[in-house]
Unconditional design. Structure first.
Length: 451
């Protein structure tokens, strides 16, 4: 039968479960082919099935619409709404909303069992019935429930495409394993120094207070360069897209522990895959900018002795990026360092010294020009002496190209003062920590491998 559109209204429970998405597209479709199915309403003229179609025809200013009246028992409105939306493409948030309603309904209907076997059986049976009613597999529903229970904020990330269900599920499992093993995670503090080391993943640095860190300098695993430890996973992903998401998510806690006046330096190399240079470093940075980081500089680290390329069809990669990220434009920066202690003075080539052996006013490996010219963002051997020693790349747990101490020293001097805390969340062989010792900075490092 037909009724006036003005006499109908959305069922109030519908907006608690679903959003009225893609209305404009649906309006266009209805304008072209009409309404292929009648709206289903209850006796109070509330729309049970077809709330998106109802919204569309309202906006199209239809006067009448074909409907079918359904006798709805009290307490079953939500079940009918879910039933009639079974074939709809739903967001993860909408699926969770459906699950909460259906799970409660079926549990009430079954009553409570006290013996363990029956409880497990009932849970399995209930989940199967719920997944069937929702129109998704039981295994997919199980993972969604797991994510919702342990990390409900991930549901929004799933809907935005930032994470996949599988990525979120595995990430949360890793976090739970870390918590379970936390009493066995030993931290090592070197006596008579401000050194701390935690043998665990830096994904969750609960040992550090909010804003405790002044400077972060790190070089995480690169994608598809070699087999990293199975616990970490980073660098082992099947695709560069997964790596970009996983690394950017792993680094989230860095933003919490860094204070508003601090700086984050991220050294990251790129990867060729099937002949294609993938731009992985910049894709990671774009994800970090989405998290609220400000990219202040992209430093080009030109290597004096880069690893030779076996390819005969492309140039040998001879540089890497060091990205300088900050949380606020009110960050600390010391551009005109004019004095270093004897302990930290660099060993300069002759052209950087005057006749009597004193330092000249030219740009040195550590010091910007004291006459006022800012240092450039291209760092070659005239700025820092960079020479990467030959590495045995097949050693498990070893970074394929650990950075030399010189490349770390300048950023630490430019963004921190003595005694302030420097963090390396992928500590590796401890180069950042050794530089901090020389420069009088406190240090904290994280790594799954023991130091």
């Amino acid at each position: 039968m037909k009724v006036k559109v003005s006499s109908l209204k959305h069922h109030p429970k519908n907006k608690e479960i679903y959003t009225l998405s893609s209305i404009e597209e649906l309006m266009e479709s209805i304008s072209e082919v009409g309404l292929l199915q009648p709206l289903i309403i209850d006796s109070r003229h509330q729309v049970i099935s077809g709330n998106r179609r109802f919204e569309s025809i309202k906006r199209l200013e239809w006067e009448e619409v074909e409907v079918e009246v359904k006798d709805v028992k009290e307490g079953e409105e939500e079940l009918l709404l879910i039933h009639f939306n079974k074939q709809r493409i739903k967001s993860f948030k909408e699926l969770i909303n459906e699950y909460v309603i259906l799970d409660e309904y079926y549990r009430k209907g079954q009553g409570r069992r006290t013996d363990l076997t029956s409880v497990q059986s009932n849970r399995s049976s209930s989940r199967d019935r719920v997944s069937k009613e929702m129109g998704i597999s039981s295994s997919q529903l199980q993972r969604l429930i797991f994510i919702y229970k342990h990390h409900p904020d991930h549901i929004e990330l799933l809907d935005k495409g930032i994470l996949t269900v599988n990525q979120s599920y595995l990430q949360i499992q890793r976090e739970l394993k870390e918590k379970e093993s936390k009493p066995n995670n030993k931290s090592k503090t070197i006596k008579n120094s401000s050194w701390r080391f935690y043998q665990k993943s830096s994904h969750n640095m609960s040992e550090l207070k909010d804003g405790e860190v002044q400077t972060i300098f790190t070089s995480p695993p690169y994608w598809n360069k070699r087999k990293y430890s199975e616990e970490e996973g980073l660098g082992n992903e099947k695709t560069s897209e997964e790596f970009v998401i996983n690394l950017s998510e792993h680094l989230r806690d860095c933003k919490r522990v860094l204070n508003d006046r601090g700086s984050f330096f991220l050294n990251l190399g790129d990867t060729f895959y099937n002949g294609n240079l993938l731009n992985v470093p910049h894709r990671v940075i774009l994800k970090l900018q989405e998290q609220g980081w400000i990219l202040r500089n992209t430093i080009i680290w030109s290597k004096t002795n880069p690893k030779p390329s076996s390819s005969k069809s492309n140039l040998t990669p001879s540089y890497e990026f060091i990205f300088n990220l900050i949380k606020s434009m009110e960050y600390d920066y010391y551009p005109t360092l004019t004095k270093l202690s004897d302990k930290t003075k660099p060993s300069l080539p002759p052209r950087h010294r005057s006749v009597n052996g004193e330092y000249s006013n030219s740009i040195s490996p550590y010091l910007p020009n004291i006459k006022g010219k800012n240092m450039g963002d291209y760092w070659n051997e005239d700025i820092v002496r960079t020479s990467v020693a030959n590495q045995k790349l097949n050693i498990e747990g070893e970074h394929p190209a650990p950075f030399p101490e010189e490349i770390i020293t300048l950023p630490i001097l430019q963004t921190s003062k003595e005694s302030e805390l420097v963090l390396d969340p992928f500590m590796g062989s401890g180069t950042t920590g050794r530089v901090c010792d020389k420069l009088g900075r406190s240090f904290v490092g994280y790594d799954l491998k023991g130091y």
